[in-house]
Design a protein around this ligand. Sequence first.
Ligand code: SF4
Length: 454
Amino acid sequence: MRAHIVTLGCKVNQYESAAMAESLEKLGYELGSKEDLDLIVLNTCAVTSKAGSKALQILRRLRRENPRAKIVSIGCLAQAEPDELIKYSDLVLGNFQKDTLASKLLSPNGTIDISVPKVPIALSSGTPKTYRTRAFHRIQDGCTQRCAFCIIPSLRGAEKSLAPDRVIADLKAYRDKGIKEIVLTGIHLGRWGWDHDPKGDLTKLLELIDKSLKPNESSFRVRLSSLELKEAQLILDSFNKYPWLARQLHIPLQSGSDKILKLMHRPYTSSLYLETVSSFRKKYKYMSLGTDVMVGFPGEKEEDFVSSLEFVKKSPINHLHIFPFSARYGTSAFNYPGKVPAKEIRKRAGAFKAVDSEKRLKFYTANLGRKELALVENSPEPKTLRQRVITGNYIQALLPEGSNEPSGELIKVKLIGIASYVEKDGQGFEKKDSHLQDTQESQPEAYFVEAKRC
Ligand code: SF4
């Protein structure tokens, strides 16, 4: 029997798909081929309306191309819009049914089960096989912060965290499998341990990892996925204390305008945000500080947008993820007045994109000449087809043409330059000679940091 899992959305979804893949293998399914499938599982995302329509589009295509296969739609969009998904699926299951997918497959076609357990169930753990060089490991799920634009709390429920000894056991298992980098992830990662008695937090977990695994940074490192501001503040000193902790943080800002932050129900002001990220930049000069910014939130006037843009420009953030606002049914912002026209949202997103490019280039340039421990990825960079590595401070760098470093290994590299590639009439990309001089002349298609082993 052949099965295939299509995964959309966040790192938590990636982890859950890996775990579901393992449960299907135990049932005797073969995974890996997309031909002649008996079972397809679509693990959906609903964070934006764009994510939702993309999932539906993929589902319709899967149905069309695989008339014989049993199709299971599962996860966040299944939880939010079951009646729409059942039109193209045999089964629709929610987030709380992922751990029992194997038994749910016996349900009659047409079944919708998005039930939420009355009594919170413990978060399952395990170290499912991953096809990546870095393992995404879910240690937390759920969120009750209820930001005005966010649908996630109603789809994933209240916070729940993996028990500390389970986290340690899983990290040991990954290490024993030869995995050199673990990305700890969650829906609200910074609230890991909040549901434990006694209450835990990330600082305690990092201390426990250090004591229990005694990681040596050249053979094993831990990376943290997105952290909310207040929880990030708690780990300011941790990156000096634990050399095995990758120097990268992603702290969502959403808006640099205090008026909009208040409307979003975000629990901080722009000045507290600036103070916090500046304290990280001051302490860790080359740390990667990324953020999420939303444009076009209802009520965002031109002056609010400008103050948000100016705020981000002057902040020590070095890369942005830009999200056009999309109204999600079931969120408080869904009925907010002051909708921003789509054309205006696109214009504002474009302005942030330009700032993002500038900041990324400035950060890359500041890192030239430095040495970093880098993880060798197992697939070449798609545009240039060159072997690539990921540094501790989250720079994706290209190794010299023809490199053949062992994938999944941590190697020392020196960041030696920035190469720009331009698209060659639809036939892939070719390297441009020298980058910096012609930035004014013609905007390069894509640029990459170059590295060599040292
Ligand atoms: S912190 Fe806010 S944005 Fe993040 S998952 Fe919770 S409600 Fe959503």
